[in-house]
Design a protein around this ligand. Sequence first.
Ligand code: DGJ
Length: 735
Amino acid sequence: MITFEEGKQIFKLDTQNTTYMMGLVDDVFLGHIYYGKKLRSAGGSYRFRTDEYPMSPRYLLREKLGFFGGFPFEYPTGGVGDYSESCLDITNEVGQNGCELHYVSHHIEKGKPRLPGLPASFGSEQDVETLFIVLQDELLKVQVELQYSVFEAEDVITRCVTIRNGSEHTYRLEKAYSACLHVEKEKDMELITLAGAWARERHMDRRPVGHGKTGVSTVRGETSHQEHAFLGLVSPETTQTVGEVYGMQLVYSGNYSAQVEKNLYDIYRLTMGINGETFSWKLNAGDVFVTPEAILTYSDQGLGQMSRNYHDFMRNHLIRSPYLHKDRPILINNWEATYFDFNTEKLLDLAREAKKQGIEMLVMDDGWFGKRNFDDSSLGDWVVNEEKLQGGLKYLVDQVNAIGLKFGIWFEPEMVSPDSDLYRAHPDWAIQLKDRPVNMHRAQYVLDITREDVRDYVYGSIAKILRSANIEYVKWDMNRAISDAGSCMLPADQQGEVFHRYVLGLYDLLERLTTEFPNLLLEHCSGGGGRFDAGMLYYGPQIWTSDDTDAVERLRIQEGTALLYPLSTMGAHVSKCPNEQVGRMTSMKMRGDVALSGTFGYELDLTTMPEEEKALIPAQVENYHKYHSLISDGDYYRLHSWDSHAPYDAWMVVSKDKSEALVTFCQVLGRPGYKRILLPLQGLDASAEYILDGEDAVLKNGETVSYEGDLLMELGLLIGNSGDFSSRLYHFRRK
Ligand code: DGJ
């Protein structure tokens, strides 16, 4: 619910458990008052300290900088005396930077409008209410509309900003962030971010916040393996189950910058948006610029509640795919089974074997087009290689369908190989800087999808393949970051727009794809999990989490990813051992149990794998069918993290009505001297009695053991020591 209290000049935004408040000073300056646990009524503008000492410019114009230096601006601007990180920097027609925003008006609407060209959350008029606050710089004639959408049930507030140039001049936006938040606490807050690299994406990283700025950013042109557009500001005592957490995350798939700044008054300013370092946008007279959306949530019940807020929000209001609540077909992907060395017969052999095991879809990965037998050619030439696929693509798909499997295919649409017909015909279609040799990665260039003609070509060639056969799944890959960010098409004064235009171009392609093929199951990928973000989830319900399929490495990667994203979004496959990335041997059971908490599939050669491992597949397939809707739609609780408290890892999912729960326990290392551990569970109905069933049910005198919910949560479940790289699933049903 959103209210504006005229007398107090306070905006109050309430969700089920939180309150967000802003206030006006002198009817002019919009400042942040409070975000936290739900409050009964509007108040607290004394936070601005304008009453104890009349610092506001109305009373003390000669000390305006003193006011600007301490006022918690809701949307701080640069150039005029707020010396902390600004959200908006505008250069005017004479090249000077300065902007001061004053309140003009506001209105409240039921529902939430779409953002033109950008992915954004959505909801019905019952689910969400939106506040629009218009601010203006009177000299520049620039209007800034702050948009706040309140999702009550999920305890989420989304924010974005629309900037309009109402003058007759051309300006330049040097920075336009999506959100700012001021947190004032008598505690030394800490920052949680997600950091990593290829094959170890999104590891949780926690550090103290000292004075000055600390944060995350990328200039790679994609979300990146290395950093993530998320800030979690937490109290020192915060754990999974207790303590305060402020979460802020961006619905965007390109360059971002997000930081916390602790200022001279020990107030924390969080800011987040498109990275100003690689952004400069020409704003002609009458032009409008819309920022991506930021998703804010607050919990005083620890990190676990923040995760559940984000999971519910994404499932209810961000992911559009019709597959969201459906079981995804269990797939087998041929990448680690064959790499580039396959043909029709090999794929059909895999499909036949897969069918016997209960697998439901064959995905043909990289190498089916042009003359691509290695990673150094043919990207952009989306023409079937009939030497490999004898009989053609339609023949292969029909045969796979006849065996009883669905068929999926891999593309890397945004790329071009120097060794390709496409590049030979259109060298200017690659992103590049004038006269400078383009830097390659994996022997490839990035296509300039800021251009409409390039996008038309890319879309046309993908769509042609998809129309040619019964293809029900696409893996959309991107295997290098952007460098040399110039476009042969844009004029000199718009080259600073390349990175953002690239992301808009990508969204345009994905929108066209999902419009023409609404029932396609789309899995995003970027050299593993280099572009795992909320923006991409708007178009496809799942993302390949990492190229690292080792069951132990996956524990950290999936824990970090699940901090923000529902388990149903995490692409997870069982692969062979020794593992291709780290060479480790783990049990087939553990590989299966870890992948079960994702979209679940296989990535190995079924025709050559050890028979004793293959024999476990039918049981894993059965588990998937039994538990997948619980895993996809339930509430996620992180019980233990082997990363921070070796030697085991554990999490659970509880159905919304608390009638069933699935606990996954992975023992990474044995525990010398300990026989069994007590693992306290979470999220159960304390007053209910639960029966343990499934593979780890304990039978006593032929009877199924039952436990009381409160006992399981307070004392815990007794778990035996089962040795290195072993795992267990415990399924509970309410009696
Ligand atoms: C990177 C992906 O993450 C892999 O799964 C595979 O599709 C390769 N690209 C293919 O080039």
